[in-house]
Write a protein that binds this ligand. Structure first.
Ligand code: BES
Ligand code: MN
Ligand code: ZN
Length: 511
């Protein structure tokens, strides 16, 4: 494409050698636990102290280290005399708190930040972790390394090239956990890239092209509807929202079938909002509110990235991903306030605000799924409402669901993955906000905004078990915070994969 080359995540390998014995490592990181009576050295410290004349406790005290997760104390190595590794330039003492997965994820991300520009990091942190801990550490390392740019001179910083997880007792038994971690982190990375690509490059067809690449590399089925197909088959929401754009709408369908699939295999449908730019349409947004709207396709990008990783996490259920892509633009042929759209299957919406466009395109995708795909459950992911940010801020997403078991499964997967979700209510009393004088529903009935948006979508779910993830607020991180890098977060990829890799992703979910 002629675009500047991007940074790549570090290569990560497992080793039973001690961290000090990893040939070519310019950085060695030793874990430090935070104990009741001060910082305590984790595995790998003994081998290090054998070779090095270093008062580690004096050093940690000097640095006022506590061993809390994410803390990193740096000690330069000025001479390698007497060391088995003459490449060593720097020691890092990495706080891992109590060593929980959440602690290790933070430690991984903090190490990723402190090793930018280095060659090889060897660390014994994973030696004290179980598989969940190793995964969290690797997910933190990879996502904390994330970078994206469009600078002509290349990236301003590059992640460490290689990380060796050293001091493991049985490497072969950890390969599965490493593979899953790389798949999940890779999906999060991909979702961030998609969200960050500017909208002069990224339009509905661009999304379809990325989906096609993922389908090829991951062996998925793919179908793409162009604007003519969409009009012919009655996808009025996508057509209406996308009609003023120079780049017409697309609906993307990706299909994953597990090797073990049989007639009773459950079928999950994931639907993502793929608005490649949201001006608000004729109900136009103020300039400030439009600034981040290139990432209004985050839900759709998350769905594509998740679909690409399902085989790698050995997902046991059938999954279909639907991505409803349109650019919400202004123009002489734009959707107008007062227009009535006819969604797939026939339900109608009166458009009282063209900026409430996400629900209009998702409605088509959900209605199509219910009518054509025989889903066991529906899950949609969308940067749907600014109201979500007011309610929950930028670190916790909202999850609406008509099924307690489904909500609990996704929430606990999110908690394990580092993507917290808070359950929001589908308050029936607010249904009358959706009333329209002339259509089946009003697309912008008013507050409470996140709830009325969810209620609008619920009418398209055919009473199937359904969860709706409103990621408007968490799609963007205002600061660098551990594995969350400033800007696009790709929120949802990790939570959905931690859910879909369960042996029974639909345990207890009955309609
Ligand atoms: N894409 C926005 C929601 C959004 C806002 C995402 C801020 C990320 C950050 C969505 O299409 C939108 O404009 N929603 C409106 C709905 C309203 C007009 C009923 C909103 O939330 O203001
Ligand atoms: Mn909008
Ligand atoms: Zn939007």
């Amino acid at each position: 494409m002629g675009l500047p080359s991007q940074v790549a995540p570090p290569q990560i390998a497992l080793s039973d050698a001690p961290a000090t014995g990893v040939v070519g490592a310019d950085v060695v990181a030793i874990p430090v636990l935070s104990d009741a009576d001060g910082p305590a050295l984790g595995p790998g410290a003994a081998e290090l102290l054998d070779e090095l004349d270093l008062d580690v406790f004096g050093l940690l005290e000097q640095a006022q280290a506590t061993g809390k997760a994410g803390e990193v104390v740096l000690h330069p190595v000025l001479s390698t005399e007497g060391l088995s590794n003459d490449s060593l330039r720097c020691l890092l003492f990495a706080g891992i708190g109590a060593g929980t997965p959440a602690d290790l994820r933070r430690a991984g991300a903090a190490l990723a930040r402190r090793t930018k520009g280095k060659q090889t990091l060897a660390t014994s942190v994973a030696a004290l972790a179980d598989d969940a801990g190793l995964r969290a550490f690797v997910e933190g390392l990879v996502l904390g390394s994330f970078g994206f740019h469009r600078r002509s001179a290349g990236p301003t910083e590059t992640p460490v090239s290689r990380v060796v997880l050293a001091g493991l007792t049985d490497c072969a038994s950890r390969e599965d956990a490493l593979g899953r971690a790389l798949a999940v982190a890779g999906a999060g990375w991909m979702a961030r890239v998609f969200a960050l690509v500017p909208s002069n490059e990224k339009n509905p067809q661009w999304m379809a092209d990325r989906a096609a690449e993922v389908a090829t590399s991951s062996g998925l089925g793919i179908k793409v509807w162009d604007e003519r197909d969409l009009a012919r088959e009655g996808f009025g929401g996508l057509i209406g929202v996308g009609q003023a754009s120079a780049t017409p709408p697309r609906l993307i369908r990706l299909d994953y079938t597990p090797a073990s699939s049989g007639p009773d295999t459950p079928h999950v449908v994931l639907a993502g909002k793929g608005i490649t730019f949201d001006t608000g349409g004729l109900s136009i947004k103020p300039a400030d509110g439009m600034m981040t709207m290139k990432r209004d396709m985050t839900g759709g990008g998350v769905v594509i990235a998740v679909m690409g990783a399902l085989a790698d996490v050995d997902c046991p259920v059938k999954v279909t991903g639907l991505v409803a892509c349109a650019e919400n633009a202004v123009g002489g042929n734009a959707l107008r306030p007062g227009d009535v759209l006819r969604h797939y299957g026939g339900r109608t919406s009166e458009v009282t605000n063209t900026d409430a466009e996400g629900r209009l395109v998702l409605a088509d995708a959900l209605a199509y799924a219910v009518a054509e795909l025989e889903p066991s459950v529906l899950v949609d992911v969308a940067t749907l409402t600014g109201a979500m940010k007011v309610a929950l801020g930028q670190r916790t997403a909202g999850i609406f669901a008509n099924n307690d078991a489904l909500a609990a499964l996704i929430r606990s997967a999110g908690a394990a993955a580092g993507e917290p979700l808070w359950r929001m209510p589908l308050v029936e009393d607010y249904e009358d906000r959706l009333d329209s004088k002339i259509a089946d529903a009003d697309n912008a009935g008013g507050g409470p905004g996140a709830i009325t948006a969810a209620l609008f979508l619920q009418h398209f779910t055919g009473s199937l078990p359904w969860a709706h993830l409103d990621i408007a607020s968490v799609g963007d991180s205002p600061v660098d915070s551990y594995e969350w890098t400033m800007g696009a977060t790709g929120f949802g990829a990790r939570a959905l994969l931690h859910w879909l890799e369960l042996r029974e992703p639909l345990a207890g979910v009955t309609s």
